[in-house]
Design a binder for this molecule. Structure first.
Ligand SMILES: [Zn+2]
Ligand SMILES: [Zn+2]
Length: 136
């Protein structure tokens, strides 16, 4: 089959647009799913950060199995197990989890006793995610 260059460009652009549209739809579905899980989420009473033991007033509920990963892994029903973390340690825990999924080793400049707790929380999340059956 002989396709003219100009036709190839049209086909390629069509595929490209379709991929972009698919990606948008996927992002939208993911966002809606996460929003719904947050709506149904009944967190325990606010506590001090599990890592540093401070900042109860600004602590955030962290899903041990992060929602965006649960969505990607099609985990149902959604796992709402959570711990409370201050904003800084919350960010750090997510960094460690993402690194675990990307098999990246990143040196974190945090106290060794805090590192142990951060790793424990991240590992709990990773094993929760892989301990659950995938659904179609
Ligand atoms: Zn903290
Ligand atoms: Zn979190």
């Amino acid at each position: 089959m002989n396709i003219k260059i100009s036709e190839r460009v049209v086909i390629f652009n069509g595929l490209h647009d379709q991929l972009k549209k698919d990606k948008k739809i996927k992002q939208k579905l993911k966002g809606e799913w996460i929003k719904n899980q947050r709506k149904n989420f009944n967190p325990s009473a606010k506590k001090d950060c599990d890592v540093c033991g401070k900042y109860k007033d600004v602590s955030e509920a962290h899903h041990l199995a992060p929602l965006y990963i649960q969505y990607e892994r099609k985990i149902t029903p959604c796992l709402q197990n959570h711990v409370w973390l201050c904003p800084t340690h919350h960010k750090i825990v997510h960094l460690v989890i993402n690194n675990a999924f990307n098999s990246k080793e990143v040196e974190l400049n945090i106290k060794s006793d805090e590192k142990i707790i951060v790793d424990k929380i991240a590992n709990e999340g990773v094993s929760l995610i892989f301990g659950e059956k995938e659904c179609a």
